[in-house]
Design a protein around this ligand. Structure first.
Ligand SMILES: Nc1ncnc2c1ncn2[C@@H]1O[C@H](COP(=O)(O)OP(=O)(O)OP(=O)(O)O)[C@@H](O)[C@H]1O
Ligand SMILES: [Mg+2]
Length: 483
């Protein structure tokens, strides 16, 4: 019946158990004697609770998962995969639906229309798309996808990581999907080359590491590409920073201060950088350099560059530094480097010091002071023989502003500090914090309570802002008392 795409002489699927397995009894727990010390502590967070099917819905899901698994197997056995490459979407969907129908009938499984449609879609995703990942990639509420081996996929929704109920069949299945992704971008991943960084077709950032380096099964992380990046107004609305801070940042970017956004991994650095770039005037020529092109600048005059790792033979690398050196020859008004993490720091600092005012980048650091040390370390690691004082002096004259992005313990992302670099005092770079996020406590459901406040220190650039037409009222720098 499934003619063209069916391999000849293969058997059908094995029958499935129609009832989901009964829930396993939770291990009995012995009462623990409470010591005085323990009672002072908060109870430890529950260890990853094992999924216990509690209701009908759960059972239904488990049953569906089993049917799906079997159908996947049956499809892979039955379909002539090489013929599929040329099949049209409609053909393939019809074919899959008919195979599914046959197997279901063979096993006397009755599904309602909705379940059947989901099943066909999932099978289609498996054959044409990225299998279980496809649903998550299509789900707009999901920001990040983190796979820890075939049975555990975490997703981040609204700043919170949660375990999804989606799984891969086994490691082989996961590896097949990884291979599908990386071969589409002309890369390879296997035992001898066990990790890869790539950009998916839709612009999402993809990183994978496979066994034996990944011990318990392949690790995959995907940062989904957001079509509509969060803008300044969204960030203010979400409480990432205050209206006053936005006004200050607008003045800082428009008057061409050199800005570094520092923050931990996933703290919102790229989002902040992108939002800040909206303050750049349309008449300026901007060049962007990134490992994976994520920035979406709204200006007209933008040149985008993406660095390239070496290919499988170790050739063809174009490093961020190569891009930066070339960018400097392309008459940019401003340079934006997605992330500075290596020797390109030298050229970045030089660019900031020599006529490309208003350049911006991000670095990995937990606070502005650490950010400066990180810059110093990067300069040292680039093999530049320069006394520390000279390095610091170069940093202090290149960088005007550090914006600290943080992902707080409740999952919220906030700009926890805006700090100006004011120069050198002896051997030390002097800094002054202008705005900060003041934490005051925690709600009963572990949400952070706090507010943004000026520190009472007036910006060193007030006069510059005024001369450029950004006359900020002194009141925005005033500290706000906790309510
Ligand atoms: N203030 C915010 N509120 C809600 N979501 C945010 C906020 N800032 C960033 N995000 C989301 O958080 C995720 C991580 O953001 P982003 O890519 O900017 O982080 P990053 O620090 O650049 O990460 P990496 O270190 O991996 O480069 C994105 O999905 C982004 O949309
Ligand atoms: Mg980033």
């Amino acid at each position: 019946m499934f003619s063209r795409y069916k391999k000849s002489g293969t058997g059908g699927a094995k029958p499935v158990d129609q009832e989901a397995e009964a829930p396993k009894e939770a291990a009995s727990t012995k009462p623990v004697e409470e010591t005085p010390n323990q009672s002072l502590r908060r109870p430890a967070p529950a260890v990853a609770a094992k999924a216990v099917p509690q209701d009908k819905e759960r059972k239904r899901k488990e049953r569906m998962a089993e049917i799906k698994l079997d159908l996947h197997r049956s499809l892979l056995d039955n379909l002539n995969l090489s013929a599929l490459d040329t099949a049209t979407e409609a053909d393939l969907r019809a074919e899959i639906s008919s195979i599914a129908g046959e197997v279901l009938e063979e096993q006397s499984i009755v599904l309602n229309r909705e379940d059947r449609a989901t099943l066909t879609q999932e099978l289609y995703d498996e054959v044409r798309g990225l299998g279980p990942l496809e649903t998550l990639l299509k789900d707009d509420t999901v920001n990040d996808i983190l796979v820890n081996g075939p049975q555990q996929i975490f997703v981040e929704r609204a700043g919170k990581l949660e375990l999804s109920d989606i799984t891969f069949k086994d490691e082989k299945h996961l590896l097949r999907i990884i291979d599908k992704i990386v071969s589409a971008v002309g890369r390879r991943v296997d035992e001898s080359n066990p990790y890869v960084d790539a950009r998916l077709q839709d612009g999402s950032r993809f990183n994978a590491m496979v066994p034996p380096i990944a011990v318990d099964g392949s690790l995959v992380s995907i940062r989904k590409f957001k079509k509509d990046k969060l803008g300044i107004d969204d960030l203010v609305k979400f409480g990432a920073f205050s209206e006053e801070m936005a006004a200050y940042l607008q003045a800082a970017v428009a008057t061409r201060l050199n800005v570094i956004v520092s923050g931990g991994t996933g703290s919102g650095k790229t989002t902040t950088l992108n939002a800040l770039s909206s303050f750049i005037d349309n008449s300026e020529r901007i060049l962007t350099i990134e490992d994976t092109a994520e920035l979406q600048l709204q200006q007209i005059h933008v040149g985008r560059m993406e660095s390239r790792p070496p290919n499988v033979e170790g050739k063809g690398e174009v490093s961020p530094r190569d891009c930066l050196k070339n960018a400097l020859r392309m008459r940019p008004d401003r340079i934006i480097v997605g992330e500075t993490r290596g020797e390109e720091v030298i050229d970045m600092l030089q660019a900031m010091n020599t006529g490309h005012d208003g350049s911006m980048t991000t670095i990995h650091a937990n606070n502005p002071r650490d950010g400066i040390s990180r810059l110093e370390n990067m300069v040292a690691m680039a093999g530049i023989e320069m006394p520390l004082k000279a390095v610091r002096s170069q940093i202090s004259s290149a960088v005007n502003l550090m914006v600290q992005a943080s992902r707080l313990q409740d999952g919220s992302r906030r700009m926890t500090s805006i700090t100006e670099i004011t120069g050198m005092e002896g051997d030390v770079i002097s800094m002054q914090e202008i705005f900060r996020f003041q934490r005051v406590g925690l709600t009963s459901d572990n949400k952070i309570i706090g507010h943004f406040t000026g520190t009472g220190v007036r910006s060193n650039f007030t006069e510059r802002f005024r001369l450029w037409g950004y006359d900020l009222p002194p009141s925005i720098f005033e500290p706000i008392a906790a309510e």
